[in-house]
Design a protein around this ligand. Structure first.
Ligand SMILES: Nc1ncnc2c1ncn2[C@@H]1O[C@H](COP(=O)(O)OP(=O)(O)O)[C@@H](O)[C@H]1O
Ligand SMILES: [Mg+2]
Length: 420
């Protein structure tokens, strides 16, 4: 039991000499004695202090000891203070017993016997100290319990994050394998067929009329693998903060035209017509290679998820910014998916059946746009096509850190191996 529990005692008597005498009897180590000469004064003290015990003189002018006790029992703050009544008459005690049976109450008779006073007071003070110490321990335990609960909660949260990370890694591995295997399989089959032709001396298949198309097909497969690996490298760079942009004078209109041309075959394969609406020039200060990546990603998506419907690209200047929008009329994106598709590996359910993909393109795209001090937004509804709009500041906007939390702020650096 800790000894540092201090006990306050209240003694109430209308006669100062009685108070002094009683004080002498109840004083002790770790005790503070408060004196009151009336019930009113006593109540005031009780509201200001927490008492271990109140010793009340029964006979007082005005409110007597019993009436004071009555009042104390009616107030939450004073209800639990144990009371010792002091009286000269034995009969009064009988009466008092009936009235206060339930509470922690005791009695002292005048003239006061010092031993009796001491032992009775000791009982209450010890009780108080025990109760107080117990309460402290319980509070400490409750605090500990709360801390443990918070810790458990934190651990569970970390565990959930870890599980998600492991799941994402596994999904990622299987997606990458799948994505790489498709073009590799095609290439492998092609080589098998060619080998067969060669073994049969079937050189007609390698004639000048067939060779260019053959090389073209090979290049497409290889390019799709290179793009995939580039995306993965970009994400790694974004995470490690080693991607920075290198702005230089760039023409967004010319760039958009080049991308449309580059993807002409892909558009044809998707059965999409692509129309470009752009002024002759929209000059600005951007990282040409990275912005080309942005336009390519958006147009590729429009072709992939555009359901073979016409795709429209618009480039213009508006309000101090260059604006590029890509509109398709395909499956669209439901409102609840419109934020998350800009995160790594996020794809819509509707798109999974339509085309294979890693879900990295839009993440990289947004990081590049943000690093230019620009914005990207999306207008879409499920089944109603999608419009992605990129806005890039026209004049020297300082590049801002790329990746949002929890990724470390990333800078974009064009790596030599990515130059085409
Ligand atoms: N034009 C679009 N129409 C419908 N859904 C789209 C479109 N563009 C992107 N999405 C959705 O956003 C997802 C993420 O796109 P992206 O990051 O480019 O990854 P990927 O194309 O490899 O799946 C896509 O898988 C698809 O679900
Ligand atoms: Mg994509």
């Amino acid at each position: 039991m800790p000894n540092d529990v201090e006990s306050k005692l209240l003694i109430v008597d209308d006669l100062p000499e009685n108070l002094l005498a009683l004080e002498g009897l109840v004083r002790g180590h770790g005790r503070l004695v408060y004196k009151a000469q009336s019930a009113e004064e006593a109540l005031g003290l009780m509201l200001a202090h927490e008492f271990a015990l109140a010793i009340l003189d029964v006979q007082m002018p005005g409110m007597n000891g019993f009436e004071l006790a009555e009042l104390m029992r009616g107030t939450e703050r004073t209800r639990h203070i144990p009371i010792i009544f002091v009286s000269a008459a034995g009969r009064e005690m009988d009466y008092a017993f009936k009235g206060y049976e339930s509470g922690a109450v005791d009695f002292l008779q005048k003239p006061l016997d010092p031993h009796v006073v001491a032992s009775k007071v000791n009982v209450f003070v010890e009780l108080y100290r025990h109760k107080k110490a117990l309460r402290r321990e319980m509070e400490a335990m409750a605090k500990l319990h709360r801390e443990q609960e918070a810790l458990v909660e934190q651990l569970q949260c970390t565990q959930r994050e870890l599980e998600r990370a492991v799941r994402m890694r596994d999904d990622f591995m299987s997606m990458v394998s799948h994505e790489l295997r498709t073009p590799l399989n095609t290439l492998y089959l092609e080589t098998q067929v060619r080998k067969l032709h060669l073994s049969k001396g079937n050189t007609v298949h390698f004639g000048p009329d067939r060779l260019p198309a053959m090389i073209e097909r090979d290049q497409r497969q290889i390019q799709s693998m290179v793009r995939l690996i580039d995306d993965m490298l970009d994400v790694t760079r974004l995470r490690s903060g080693s991607l920075t942009i290198q702005p230089k004078p760039t023409d967004l209109a010319a760039l958009a035209r080049a991308v449309v041309e580059n993807l002409a075959q892909q558009a044809e394969a998707a059965g999409c017509t692509v129309s470009l609406h752009a002024p002759a020039h929209v000059p600005g200060n951007w990282d040409e290679f990275r912005i080309e990546q942005v336009v390519t990603n958006l147009l590729t998506n429009a072709l992939r998820y555009g359901g073979g419907q016409p795709v429209k690209i618009e480039v213009r200047t508006a309000g101090g910014a260059a604006e590029l929008s890509v509109r398709d009329h395909g499956m669209g994106i439901a409102p609840e998916d419109q934020q998350r598709i800009f995160e790594q590996f996020e794809r819509t359910e509707a798109s999974r059946g339509k085309a294979a993909g890693l879900g990295l393109g839009l993440y990289i795209t947004r990081q590049i746009v943000l690093a230019h001090g620009g914005q990207i937004d999306l207008q879409s509804a499920a089944g109603a096509g999608a419009t992605f709009r990129v806005r890039l500041p026209l004049v020297g906007a300082p590049p801002v850190p790329a990746a949002p939390a929890p990724e470390p702020a990333a800078q974009m650096a064009r790596q030599p191996e990515q130059q085409e």
